[in-house]
Design a protein around this ligand. Structure first.
Ligand SMILES: [Ca+2]
Ligand SMILES: [Ca+2]
Length: 270
C-alpha cells in the first residue's frame, strides 16, 4: 500500500513538475519548496538537508515534519486545502489519505472525494445570509429598544422635573406655614399679655374698691361709735339728774331740772 501511494505521489509530482506547488504546502511557504542546484532541499527548521525527491516520499525525514506536507508520514505535519470556491483550510497531515474526505475540494485524499466546495459554500452563504438577517433583526430590535429607552428616559426626566417642582412648592408652603406659625405665636403672646394686663388692672380696681368700702365702713363705724358714745353720755347725765333730790320735792325738782336742762340745751327763741 505504501508503495502504491508513493507511486501515486511520484506521478502527482511529475504531473505538476518540480516548479509546481507541492501537495499540501501552504501558499505563503510555496517558495521555500524549491530544490537548489544540487536538487537538495533543507527542512524548514534548517535541521537537515535532504534530496528534494524525499519531499512527500511518505517517509518523515525532517523533525518538524516539513518534508511531508502532503502525506501522513509525519505526525506533526500540516496539510493545506485550497478549497477553491469555499474557505481554505489547514489540517493535520494525520487526516491526509485516511479515507475520509476532510477538504471540500477532496485534495486530502488521492482518490474517492468529490469537490463539494461550491455546494458547501452555498450552504455556508445561506447560513451567513440567515445570520445577516438575524443580525439586522437584532439591530432593528435594538434600535426599537433604544428608542423606547430614550422615550422612557424623557418621561422619567419629565416626571423628575415635576417632582422637583412639587418639592419646591412644598418647601415654599413649609416656609409660609412657618411664618404664619410665628405670626400666630406672636399674636397669641400679645393676646396673653393683654389678658394678663387686663386681669392685673381688674385686680387693682377691685383692691381699690375694697379699700374704699373698708374706709367707708370704718367711717360709719366711727360715726356710730361716736353717736353711741354721745348717747351714752346723755343717758348718764339723765341718770345723774334723776337720782339727786330737789330743795322742795325731789320728783318735781328733777323734772324741772330736766326740763330746764332741755330748755337750756336749745337756744332761746327770743
Ligand atoms: Ca520524506
Ligand atoms: Ca482525509
Amino acid at each position: 500500500m505504501r508503495a502504491v501511494v508513493a507511486l501515486l505521489l511520484l506521478l502527482f509530482s511529475c504531473r505538476l513538475g518540480w516548479g509546481a506547488i507541492v501537495r499540501g504546502v501552504q501558499p505563503e511557504l510555496a517558495a521555500k519548496y524549491e530544490p537548489n542546484a544540487d536538487k537538495k532541499w533543507s527542512c524548514l527548521d534548517g535541521s537537515k538537508t535532504i534530496d528534494f525527491d524525499r519531499v512527500n516520499d511518505l517517509y518523515c525525514d525532517c523533525p518538524d515534519g516539513s518534508d511531508e506536507p502532503g502525506t501522513p508520514a509525519c505526525s506533526n505535519g500540516l496539510f493545506y486545502c485550497r478549497n477553491r470556491g469555499h474557505e481554505a483550510k489547514v489540517l493535520s497531515t494525520a487526516f491526509v489519505d485516511d479515507g475520509v474526505c476532510d477538504c471540500c475540494d477532496g485534495t486530502d485524499e488521492l482518490e474517492g472525494c468529490k469537490n463539494t466546495c461550491i455546494e458547501r459554500n452555498a450552504a455556508v452563504r445561506e447560513g451567513l445570509k440567515q445570520k445577516v438577517e438575524d443580525y439586522k433583526r437584532a439591530l432593528a430590535k435594538r434600535a426599537e429598544y433604544a428608542a423606547g429607552a430614550a422615550e422612557e428616559r424623557a418621561q422619567m426626566q419629565s416626571r423628575l422635573g415635576a417632582v422637583d417642582g412639587d418639592i419646591a412648592t412644598a418647601e415654599q408652603e413649609v416656609e409660609r406655614l412657618a411664618g404664619e406659625k410665628a405670626n400666630l405665636q406672636d399674636s397669641a403672646e400679645s393676646r396673653k399679655a393683654a389678658r394678663v394686663e387686663a386681669r392685673r388692672e381688674e385686680a387693682a380696681k377691685r383692691k381699690a374698691e375694697a379699700a374704699a368700702r373698708k374706709a367707708e365702713q370704718d367711717a360709719k363705724a366711727a360715726e356710730i361709735e361716736a353717736a353711741a358714745a354721745a348717747a351714752g353720755a346723755g343717758a348718764d347725765a339723765a341718770d345723774a339728774g334723776a337720782t339727786e333730790p330737789g330743795p322742795e320735792e325731789g320728783g318735781e325738782g328733777a323734772a324741772d331740772a330736766v326740763a330746764e336742762g332741755q330748755q337750756g340745751s336749745h337756744p332761746h327763741q327770743w
